[in-house]
Design a protein around this ligand. Structure first.
Ligand code: R5P
Length: 311
């Protein structure tokens, strides 16, 4: 078994390799002068079970293309099995047609990864579980919840907690976290979004007064959803609001928005390489999911159970 990395999240790839006590494959993922991507593998991978780590985060198209070309290089080098380890699967929010004559880009990206030659996919907190079905190859969708639950127990376990979903679509994820937190009560923010990138909080379903709210979501992008929801929860009497989000996309001025928001703390994982702004922020804390992914990789390679990681 071997671990190879493209460029989008080298610190995470190195940490996964460290967990598995093995070096990364000796390979170069470089650019020609015209920005075309060139991959060269400097060691034998013939007959190997290779895991390529690459989040398709910003810049999404470059990082996706790097992943596809790495897979192609491995296939042509006769790797026995290639697993695309995509801690953050970009384009996932385009998983259905929002209107006529629009694409389903998540499906297109799944086709591209499969067609490039991947035999399996390993992702974390896919935006929608159904995206697994966009791939006609085995796809494991890991959950960040156990890592988050352990952190919440350690930091906030002595408080009156309430798990909050920032929108109706996230209720299943929030309920799963609440179950891990000794069946903490659940509230839901009923959010209406008029235009992409804008969000408007309409209603809080549940009594949050005097509760320490833990909001959970898969993605923070502009930060609008969370910052507005945090304010709405405080307006309804919440004692504090902390957010646990798997994928810190944090586009544009998102970190500044979080810094100026009512959020007590934003906790993200390293599924996407954190920006300097995120690392420098007093309100942002980063949890690593390297051991989670490393353990899943080990189990896939050993052909043992991955789901039992979440029992
Ligand atoms: C939406 O369904 C997602 O789960 C996130 O709530 C959303 O992508 C966050 O976007 P933003 O941070 O731009 O409000």
């Amino acid at each position: 078994m071997k671990i190879m990395a493209a460029n989008s999240n080298l610190p995470l790839a190195r940490a996964i390799a460290g967990y598995l006590e093995m070096p990364l494959v000796d390979a170069g993922v470089r650019r020609f002068a015209d920005e075309e991507i060139f991959v060269e593998i400097h060691e034998n991978v013939r007959g190997e079970d290779v895991f390529v780590v690459q989040s398709t985060s910003y810049p999404a198209n470059d990082n996706l293309m790097e992943l596809l070309i790495c897979i192609d290089a491995l296939k042509r080098a006769s790797a026995r099995r290639i697993t695309a380890v995509v801690p953050y699967f970009g384009y996932a929010r385009q998983d259905r047609k929002p209107g006529p004559r629009t694409p389903i880009s998540a499906k297109l990206v799944a086709n591209l990864i499969t067609e490039a030659g991947a035999d399996r996919v390993l992702a974390v907190d896919l935006h929608a579980g159904q995206i697994q079905g966009f791939f006609d190859i085995p796809t494991d969708n890991l959950f960040g919840a156990p890592v988050m639950a352990a952190d919440i127990q350690a930091r906030y376990g002595d408080k009156d907690l309430m798990v909050v979903s920032p929108d109706v679509g996230g209720v299943v994820r929030a309920r799963a976290l609440a179950k891990r937190l000794d069946n903490a009560p659940l509230a839901i923010v009923d959010k209406r979004r008029d235009r992409p990138g804008e969000s408007e909080v309409m209603n809080i379903i549940g009594d949050v007064s005097n509760r320490h709210c833990i909001m959970i979501d898969d993605i923070i992008d502009s930060g609008g959803t969370l910052c507005n929801a945090a304010q709405a929860l405080l307006d309804q009497g919440a004692a504090s609001v902390t957010a646990y989000i798997t994928h810190g996309v944090l586009s544009g001025g998102a970190v500044a928005r979080v810094n100026g928001s009512a959020l007590k703390e934003l906790v993200i994982t390293d599924s996407i390489k954190p920006t300097d702004a995120a690392k420098d922020s007093d309100k942002v804390r980063i949890l690593t999911i390297a051991p989670l992914i490393g353990e899943a990789v080990r189990r896939i390679a050993d052909e043992s159970s991955v789901s039992s990681l979440f029992d």
